[in-house]
Design a protein. Structure first.
Length: 254
């Protein structure tokens, strides 16, 4: 198999969204927010139920290391159908935004100053919490790079983050774990050596800090198993992980 063939197999297929962009059950828009400690301005995809009654919990949706691609926008729409207000920022906004091509996104993502990007996500979380139609504390869900960002935000936002779900994300700095006030759900793939290697020490730190957490390991899965636009997708594991995610947010945020 050539490198080109391998990349083609790993490339996402965005043709089949679970929730289409024009679904009448949702209202979606792109919004900008201030990020004075980050890149100055951020941009995000915001989705809410069309017939929402009263204020709803907010969920920050954090993408993989490709920026805000169609798959992550679809995730935000799915959350809206589960009666949440979803906000999905694009870390690549400062570099022109998600370029519409995964290879190009892969090339430009390392150009981000991660210290400033982290501040952009902190600003996005605070922006979401103050959005009209959002009540109380917020949650966050992220995948790969985004899973690591959820773990990081838990150490930064304190009690402002009520619940975080990290799909196969890297651990935060362990000395910051005592700052976590959110309840956490860790979703892990069985075949994910790099991420799983850090789990024992992370779990030890969570226990020492008395952080409420639960972790699920999905047999036979690879890193990225929830992403239904790639060949790594495991439909059964993804369904189970997502149902657990929604149940978790309903329990912690309603």
């Amino acid at each position: 198999m050539t490198v080109a063939m391998l990349l083609d197999q790993l490339s996402p297929n965005f043709l089949a969204a679970v929730v289409e962009t024009d679904d009448s059950r949702i209202v979606a828009e792109y919004v900008e927010f201030d990020s004075p400690k980050g890149y100055g301005k951020g941009r995000a995809y915001c989705v809410r139920p069309a017939n929402a009654k009263g204020k709803l919990p907010g969920i920050l949706v954090i993408h993989e290391n490709r920026g805000l691609n169609p798959h992550i926008e679809d995730i935000a729409r799915r959350l809206a159908l589960d009666n949440f207000v979803a906000l999905a920022p694009d870390a690549l906004f400062t570099l022109g935004g998600y370029p519409g091509d995964e290879d190009k996104a892969r090339e430009i993502f390392p150009k981000l100053d991660q210290a400033r990007t982290r501040e952009d996500f902190v600003a996005a979380a605070r922006f979401l919490a103050k959005r009209p139609g959002v009540k109380g504390k917020i949650g966050a869900v992220g995948f790969c790079y985004g899973g690591g960002m959820v773990n990081y935000l838990a150490t930064r936002l304190g009690s402002d983050l009520a619940a975080g779900v990290a799909f196969y994300g890297s651990s935060p700095d362990l000395e910051d774990v005592p700052k976590i006030k959110a309840s956490l759900m860790i979703q892990s793939a069985e075949s994910d050596e790099r991420i799983n290697a850090s789990w024992p020490d992370y779990e030890k730190a969570l226990k020492a800090a008395k952080v409420k957490y639960q972790r699920f390991l999905y047999p036979g899965t690879q890193h990225g198993f929830n992403n239904d636009s790639t060949p790594r997708h495991d439909a059964e594991a993804a369904r189970l992980a997502w149902s657990r995610t929604i149940e978790f947010f309903n329990e912690r945020l309603r």
